[in-house]
Write a protein that binds this ligand. Structure first.
Ligand SMILES: Nc1ncnc2c1ncn2[C@@H]1O[C@H](COP(=O)(O)OP(=O)(O)O)[C@@H](O)[C@H]1O
Ligand SMILES: Nc1ccn([C@@H]2O[C@H](COP(=O)(O)OP(=O)(O)O)[C@@H](O)[C@H]2O)c(=O)n1
Length: 244
């Protein structure tokens, strides 16, 4: 039975959980297959070099911290060879496609909650494949432990290298102001005061532990994003350029 806050009955959740495992198995198979095919064909674009293992930078930060803005600037520099994949954009596109997942995705976005990871990892996988590139800025992912676990299961065996997570650190009042301003033209159902409050709770409770996890692994790069777009971009570029 459906209700306003839960998108599926426990029966549906159980059946989804078992199909989740199947899809995670498929994700794992896909990454390994793609990696071995790349090694054979040595033909995938890598910003100049070819045939390398796919490299990823995760771009994290609260809602309105500037993730999309900064990723777009890096992706514009063709010589760097990065594809920008926004988890939020991919989820909104899937919702707008009217697929069977559309209603569920819409509910999670409206509530500022994180969509089950197998959906997001599946969308990322398809977008990575379609891009034809092998360097990726993955914006807004992994956003909670479920996201991180699904990613790690699907890339087990070193099929993809995560160089680091880039954390755009910004005070909550500034992020809120920016999103309220963005909401005047974005048309997003979650760019309003009530949804922003919920997204900030999710950020504090679910995403901050992931940021801390990357820090503990020595894989966090941090930029103060309470500066002009240009100032933030200089620091972001410095971190990206430092990747061998
Ligand atoms: N450094 C900045 N200073 C002021 N406004 C910014 C800055 N970075 C981004 N913005 C604006 O703030 C809003 C949110 O930025 P966006 O890149 O969409 O954030 P996110 O992807 O993290 O939600 C956008 O309207 C954007 O133009
Ligand atoms: N990994 C992700 C990323 C986004 N999302 C959903 O998409 C919404 C918007 O994410 P976004 O990255 O486009 O936007 P911001 O909240 O960063 O501004 C989130 O609040 C979540 O509901 C998700 O479920 N899982």
């Amino acid at each position: 039975m459906r209700c306003g806050k839960c998108w599926a009955s426990s029966e549906q959740r159980r059946s989804q959980a078992s199909s989740s495992w199947r899809s995670l198995e498929n994700e794992r198979a896909w990454f390994s297959l793609r990696f071995s095919q790349q090694k054979k064909s040595r033909g995938v674009s890598n910003g100049g070099s070819v045939g390398a293992t796919p490299h990823v930078v995760f771009v994290l930060g609260g809602p309105g911290s500037g993730k999309g803005t900064q990723c777009a600037l890096i992706a514009e520099e063709e010589a760097l060879g990065y594809a920008h994949l926004s988890a939020g954009d991919l989820l909104r596109a899937e919702r707008n496609s009217g697929s069977e997942l559309a209603g569920m995705i819409n509910e999670f976005i409206r509530e500022g909650k994180i969509v089950p990871a197998e959906v997001t990892v599946g969308l990322l996988r398809k977008a990575m494949e379609k891009s034809g590139k092998s360097r990726f800025l993955i914006d807004g992912f992994p956003r909670n432990p479920d996201n991180l676990a699904a990613w790690e299961a699907s890339t087990a065996g070193g099929a993809v290298v995560v160089d680091f997570a880039l954390f755009l650190d910004c005070p909550e009042e500034i992020m809120t102001e920016r999103i309220m301003e963005r909401g005047r033209s974005s048309g997003r159902i979650d760019d309003n005061e009530e949804a922003i409050r919920k997204r900030l709770v999710t950020y504090r409770e679910s995403t901050m532990p992931i940021i801390k996890e990357f820090e503990a692994r020595g894989k966090l790069r941090e930029v103060n994003s309470d500066q002009t777009i240009e100032e933030v971009a200089v620091e972001v570029r410095r971190h990206i350029s430092a990747i061998a």
